[in-house]
Design a protein around this ligand. Structure first.
Ligand code: BEZ
Length: 216
């Protein structure tokens, strides 16, 4: 294997089920510490750079939906390598141009120490921009889902909310969320682990593909 194939890819540093690494950093709402967000859900996401087109659309979209995250007991926290003062200037521009205030914290990570801990930047990157990584962290501080998009593809805020809804419904009901699941739709029961139930099922899929009953 050459050196390129052995280097970790963005998003590869951490896995679902890991405790999110703690950090303290300056942000647009003052100093923040990740572990202070326990007891709430947290969506921690990186963006490649301030004052870039796709990132600007993401922040406008997220600011518009900030209340929807609050309703789900979920905080938002953004991060990039840009300085605190760059973040301030960008938020001011967003407010003046798009008439929306970004009130969730944007962390500065000029040394990449946080980005590296979270696998948001890979060792082979020849610049310091993070990819669009999103971590969904539960109230116990455990990473429950993550997504990784390239710089030229903006995230979907409805999909971020759907992931959050799905994780919360899974926890509340001990059920499984099927493909394209949306809140209010049926969920699935975990499959049987009992051979007698497998043989006793009235149809061939009845022991593993079954509605959990009720609505999420
Ligand atoms: C953007 O947000 O538009 C962007 C950021 C970095 C590279 C390319 C595009």
């Amino acid at each position: 294997m050459d050196e390129q194939t052995t280097l970790p890819a963005p998003c590869a540093g951490l896995r679902i089920g890991d405790i999110a690494p703690d950090f303290e950093a300056r942000s647009t709402i003052g100093p923040v510490r990740l572990s202070n967000y326990r007891k709430r859900w947290l969506v921690l996401f990186s963006h490649p750079a301030d004052f870039t087109p796709v990132c600007t659309t993401e922040f406008v979209a997220l600011a518009h939906e900030a209340a929807a995250f609050e309703q789900r007991n979920c905080a938002l926290m953004a991060l990039s390598v840009d300085s605190l003062f760059s973040h301030f200037a960008w938020l001011r521009m967003i407010r003046d141009r798009f008439a929306v205030e970004v009130r969730f914290p944007i962390v500065e990570d000029p040394t990449l120490v946080i980005g590296r801990a979270f696998g948001m930047v890979s060792a082979q990157d020849n610049d310091s921009a993070t990819v669009r990584t999103t971590f969904f962290i539960d109230p116990a501080g455990i990473i429950r889902a993550m997504t990784c998009y390239p710089a030229n593809l903006g995230r979907s805020v409805p999909e971020m909310l759907r992931i959050l809804d799905g994780l919360q419904a899974i926890d509340a009901r001990g059920a499984l969320a099927p493909a394209n699941w949306q809140p209010g739709e049926a969920m699935l029961s975990p499959p049987s682990q009992d051979l007698d139930e497998v043989y006793a099922a009235t149809d061939i899929t009845g022991w593993f593909l079954r509605d959990s009953g009720g609505e999420a």
